[in-house]
Design a protein around this ligand. Structure first.
Ligand code: 6CS
Length: 373
């Protein structure tokens, strides 16, 4: 993947393996270090699986060790981002849903109905996009962060206490979003009252009915038991959860060329692994939810039902440009060009429109595209 070295993510594995072998032979050439790596999730969730792969590669190919700090051990996302900026930790997983407050252009990832839905197109896009790996990477550098990788974590679904089939249904619903301003604009445009909260407060706020909805990928809805405090899951097709991994910039720049290569290889391996790992994950998570809570109602909105949400997305796009000016506009244009290039490269992916036929899964009632086991 291009993460560290720009456009063409060169498969430098063999050269690099040779390099690390030389490192291992010349004992003492690079002194063993302990790298601290904070994630926003638990160790067995997607960010944790990526971080574990990264750690395993680093430790198998160098004398360095990587200590992973799961969600909560070093605070919320804003705290771990700050720790990485200060250099108190070397690596951090930081999602644009939070980091967009620091780097407004990153909110491009949050624009509804903008990222491709096809997982293969998405995987190619994160890997090859110059807008991500050069332009946005430069903006991370302004914040003392070296972008290592960006990867998808699955389609976000809404989980709510009442059914959602239209923006009207979100009227009066306090809907939790991550803390970036554009997500507030999005859910307000979708008809809800957007309520930004750090992750640690979400379960309790739903339990106490201070909020009545939230969005997240299905694996996270399952692993964090969001289904215990909400009764409806709605696929609106409006976005995929994006996350990023970054290093402290000074730390990264101070690494030997060998260690930079090691980090690149570890990220490449982890990226390929996490893309593969997520195949079927959403379906598995949904099945577990339905088993744990047979009364849960799952709805896939039809294209027609999605249309008002798509229309609302237009004003969110305008807000994004207002918030980010020429720089954000350029990022958005580059972003969309790169998506088109990925679509062309991957070729004919079944992206985008959800047809009436495709939305009814076997466990969903035909009439209302819903299922409640
Ligand atoms: O909604 C959130 O805040 C969290 N969602 C995911 C999928 N990962 C970490 C983040 O904190």
């Amino acid at each position: 993947m291009t993460g560290i070295f720009g456009t063409t993510r060169k498969r430098i594995l063999s050269t690099a393996l040779a390099t690390t072998a030389v490192m291992a032979l010349s004992a003492g050439a690079a002194s063993a270090a302990e790298w601290k790596y904070a994630i926003e999730e638990a160790i067995d969730e997607v960010q944790g699986v990526y971080a574990t792969k990264f750690k395993e590669y680093v430790e198998a190919n160098s004398d360095h060790t990587v200590s992973i700090f799961p969600f909560g051990t070093l605070g919320e996302s804003a705290d771990t981002t700050e720790l990485a900026q200060m250099g108190a930790i070397q690596f951090v997983d930081l999602s644009p849903g939070f980091t967009g407050s620091l780097i407004p252009e990153l909110q491009v990832f949050l624009l509804p109905y903008t990222l491709p839905e096809d997982p293969e197109v998405l995987a190619d896009f994160y890997e090859t996009s110059d807008t991500i790996n050069e332009d946005l990477a430069a903006l991370y550098e302004n914040q003392q962060l070296k972008l290592i990788d960006m990867f998808p974590e699955g389609e976000v679904v809404m989980t709510t206490k009442e059914p959602v089939e239209s923006p009207e249904d979100l009227g009066g619903v306090k809907f939790r979003v991550m803390t970036t301003p554009l997500l507030v604009e999005t859910y307000n445009a979708f008809g809800a009252t957007a309520t930004p909260l750090p992750w640690g407060e979400v379960f309790g706020a739903l339990q106490l009915n201070m909020i009545q909805g939230q969005e997240n990928p299905m694996f996270f809805v399952e692993s964090t038991k969001m289904y215990e405090v909400t009764d409806y899951i709605t696929f609106t097709g409006h976005n995929t959860f994006t996350t990023a991994v970054a290093a402290n910039l000074s730390f990264y720049e101070g690494l030997s060329e060998e260690d930079k290569t090691l980090v690149q290889e570890a990220a490449d391996q982890a990226y390929d692994y996490i893309i593969d790992y997520q195949k079927g994950l959403e379906e598995e998570a949904l099945a577990k939810i339905q088993e744990a809570k047979p009364s849960i109602t799952v709805t896939r909105l039809t294209d027609e039902q999605r249309e008002p949400f798509r229309q609302a997305a237009e004003q969110v796009r305008q807000k994004y440009v207002e918030m980010t000016g020429d720089s954000g506009q350029a990022v958005l244009e580059g972003f969309e060009e790169d998506i088109e290039a990925s679509k062309a490269r991957v070729g004919g992916g079944s992206d985008g429109e959800t047809t009436e036929a495709s939305e009814s899964s076997s466990d969903m009632e035909d009439s209302g595209e819903t299922s409640s086991n």
